[in-house]
Ligand binder design. Structure first.
Ligand code: NAD
Length: 256
């Protein structure tokens, strides 16, 4: 075992509050592309076309949004958690997890076995849809049925308002409760993991930094460098699945 992994295992054993912060890289091994790696989503689409302001002001933008959304939906609907999600869920089972703060909208942490109340989704979820006018909620599946039967831009069946999935678009306000809760948990933890995030999307990327500034140890597990590597107590380069499995198995061997 590498020295760094050995250190991280000791830190987990000693920690009282562990926060795991995840990004798109934790789900690539489930077959969901991230945004910024080679072959990622932003090589195919221009993020400027998907701002919240464009969505609410233009029917054409909404049509484009739902086209990308449908592609994302069909690639996501049958995905399964991978070893990284399973290892993080195992941390909870071992009583070692305060919460998971995720930028992901795919719901895979809950599917892997993390309790819903321990998962804070700071960028929302793609599994539900809300009417921006009256607030009526729909399952994403029901809205996808409308799209698959020919509707280009779905509307609310109660008030004809604009429907939008519950993910946070560029330019859209972050969910207040989840954002405040995530910062609070980061400030109170003593060990913070960042797994599979480029740490460039703000304000989410500031959350693990808040943990470090409040005195927690910071561990970054990522395939590529991030702007905050120099602040971390350990940076482990590699696949989230392999690295987290190795770490959690070593912890389990010491606990059991
Ligand atoms: P990002 O695309 O900016 O960065 C992903 C990072 O993960 C990269 O640095 C990459 O090197 C690393 N990575 C990729 N696969 C990895 C692996 N198997 N093991 C270790 N590292 C790996 O992702 P981000 O920081 O989460 O920001 C992108 C935004 O896009 C987020 O806001 C998120 O909401 C959204 N998004 C979500 C999903 C999802 O729900 N699965 C997918 C794509 C994008």
């Amino acid at each position: 075992m590498k020295d760094q992994v050995r250190d991280v295992v000791e830190w987990i054993l000693a920690a009282r509050r562990i926060v795991v912060f995840t990004g798109a890289g934790v789900s690539t091994e489930s077959g969901i592309p991230d945004f910024r790696s080679a072959g990622g989503i932003w090589e195919k689409y221009d993020p400027e076309d998907f701002t919240y302001q464009r969505f609410v002001s233009s029917e054409e933008a909404r049509e484009q949004y739902w086209r990308l959304g449908s592609e994302f939906y069909h690639s996501l609907k049958d995905v399964k958690p991978n070893p990284a999600h399973v290892a993080i869920a195992e941390l909870e089972r071992m009583g070692k997890l305060d919460c998971v703060i995720t930028q992901n909208v795919d719901g895979l942490h809950q599917m892997a076995g993390n309790s819903p109340e321990k998962v804070i989704e700071v960028h929302g979820t793609f599994r539900t849809v809300t009417c921006l006018k009256c607030g009526k909620r729909y399952s994403r599946e029901a809205v996808q049925e409308m799209i698959d039967s020919g509707t280009k831009v779905p509307r609310c069946d109660e008030c004809k308002g604009i429907l939008k999935d519950d993910t946070i678009a560029f330019g859209q306000a972050m969910p207040e409760r989840e954002t405040a809760e995530a910062f609070r948990r980061c400030e109170e933890c003593d060990l913070c993991f960042v797994i599979g995030s480029s740490l460039v999307v703000q304000p989410a990327a500031s959350m693990p930094i808040a943990a470090k500034q409040s005195g927690a140890r910071l561990v970054i597990v990522n395939r590529d460098p991030t702007p905050y590597d120099r602040l971390a107590d350990a940076v482990i380069r590699g696949s989230a699945g392999a690295v987290m499995t190795q770490i959690v198995e070593a912890v389990r061997a010491r606990i059991v």
